[in-house]
Design a protein around this ligand. Structure first.
Ligand SMILES: [Zn+2]
Length: 483
């Protein structure tokens, strides 16, 4: 019989694509055998991680004045068609249902502005109703024409969408900045995924938006991935649904709307890709389905004693809200170590007679693969401390990787070189408005990359010329290759 493989051992750096596919399969994050292209089954290991992500995000949303709602997954054709740029943007990706409502076609929601606004027309009457800040946890459906990749680009994905309405443009724009802050506080600081908040160039905004801010991160292969985005919705879109309110002076006005869409499944693909190593997954302590795995070692006379100790230890950790799994399976210890390491459990504890006698256990730390001794009496508190250090380490490592990937460029040759080496090029650019589009097309066609946009969180001054057309630059842009 062939010896079981005891390391995952695929180089993430040299072969990211294979690494990614293999780890999703081996760590039981997803299963691709469902048989419908672009649709994947997310297994408990992935689903529990996503569930933790949802809970953290939703608690952040409630803390910033959002309420939750549950909207239907079907949208009547007339809603989708009410605003022309929106329908044009989404039409190729819409899944239409075979079953109609009378003569009217029904779509599976690709996003829910046109569902929410239907109701905002009824719910928003006066300035007293504003701001109205609602979100829903939802699956949305897009018939992607590009190649799909599990979690990165699927035809059904798991996200949150917020739809916020304000009396003034100023309030709505403050919400856009708050959304960027939330992405930083949750996705960056807690999940350890660094990003650049990019105001998209005019030619690349959300259909129906005044402007769009996308959060761009980078994968180990140097490809840019768009994570949560926020849109300041165009007044025409809002007017198309006849959403209006009466202000303090009895004047009828159109409210300003924003929407924000953090996609849990896609963010998970970044968490997996950024933190993992050649031994498999590394999940942040905060998100790991099991934060601690306990592996008991029995000897003949000690079985009851060990079982009692394991039982107490588990109860003690659960009592402190630490997710713990006791692995009592009949696998060999080496196999158990390999499995839990590959699945990215942050801490492994071995418990046998020796540990009971000394009152101390050895804790194996997944990311640095080191061991520390911890007193059993103090275990829960120590695990929490180690967990905080663990997540801080992942964040620092991810930040260092990310910052080293943004390179200033002065000319076309330098931009090309940076893009081809899997990095993000930062350079002066003529304009992010419509007149810059031909230079944007050059980047797309000649350099096979995308102008991601300008910084939405700070005002970067440009002093030079656009390296593409030679005109005086008005903005500093970032460009990268994307999926
Ligand atoms: Zn230009």
């Amino acid at each position: 019989m062939a010896k079981k493989k005891t390391t995952f051992n695929i180089s993430k750096t040299d072969n990211y694509s294979e690494w990614y596919s293999e780890i999703l399969n081996k760590a039981e994050v997803t299963d691709l055998r469902y048989g419908v292209k672009g649709f994947v089954v997310i297994r408990p290991w992935g689903a529990r991680t996503i569930d933790k992500m949802y809970k953290i995000y939703e608690s952040a949303l409630r803390c910033t004045g959002h309420e939750t709602a549950i909207f239907p997954a079907v949208i009547p054709e007339k809603n989708l068609k009410r605003e022309s740029s929106h329908v044009e943007g989404f039409a190729p990706e819409v899944f239409w249902l075979d079953k109609q409502q009378g003569d009217e076609k029904l779509a599976l929601r690709p996003t829910s502005e046109t569902a929410f606004y239907e109701m905002y027309n009824l719910w928003i009457r006066s300035y007293r109703d504003l701001p109205m800040k609602l979100y829903q946890r939802a699956n949305v459906f897009r018939n992607e024409t590009k190649a799909t990749r599990p979690l990165i680009r699927s035809r059904e994905f798991q996200w949150i969408e917020t739809h916020d309405a304000f009396a003034t443009k100023k309030d709505a724009e403050a919400q856009v900045q708050d959304d960027i802050k939330m992405t930083d506080e949750v996705m960056h600081k807690i999940f350890g995924v660094p990003f650049l908040p990019m105001k998209r160039p005019e030619w690349d905004k959300f259909p129906g938006a005044v402007y769009t801010v996308g959060s761009d991160s980078i994968m180990p292969d140097g490809k840019i991935i768009q994570l949560p985005s926020t849109h300041l919705i165009s007044p025409n879109f809002v007017k198309a649904f006849d959403v209006k309110f009466v202000d303090e002076k009895e004047r009828e006005k159109t409210p300003w709307l924003t929407c924000y869409g953090p996609c849990m499944s896609r963010i998970l693909s970044s968490i997996i890709s950024i933190h993992g190593d050649d031994n498999g997954l590394i999940l942040p302590y905060t998100l790991a389905p099991y934060q601690v795995v306990v592996i008991p070692f029995y000897s003949e006379k000690s079985e009851k004693k060990i079982n009692d100790a394991v039982h107490d230890l588990k109860a003690n950790l659960l009592n402190e809200y630490i997710d713990v799994k006791v692995d009592n399976s009949d696998k060999r210890p080496g196999e158990k170590f390999f499995q839990w390491e590959m699945k990215g459990v942050p801490f492994r504890i071995e418990l046998g007679e020796k540990e009971l006698e000394s009152g101390e256990v050895t804790v194996f730390i997944r990311d640095i693969r080191e061991k520390v001794s911890v007193k059993i009496d103090n275990l829960a508190e120590e695990i929490k401390n180690l967990g905080a250090e663990y997540d801080a380490r992942l964040l620092a490592r991810a930040d260092k990787f990310f910052e080293g990937r943004i390179i200033d460029c002065k000319d076309k040759a330098a931009i090309k070189k940076v893009l081809n080496s899997g990095k993000i090029a930062r350079f002066d650019f003529c304009s992010a408005e419509a007149e810059g589009e031909s230079c944007g097309e050059f980047v797309e066609k000649e350099l096979q990359a995308r102008v991601m946009g300008t910084r939405a969180d700070l005002d970067e001054k440009s002093f030079g010329k656009c390296p593409i057309c030679g005109k005086k630059a008005s903005v500093v842009v970032y460009a990268g290759k994307s999926y």
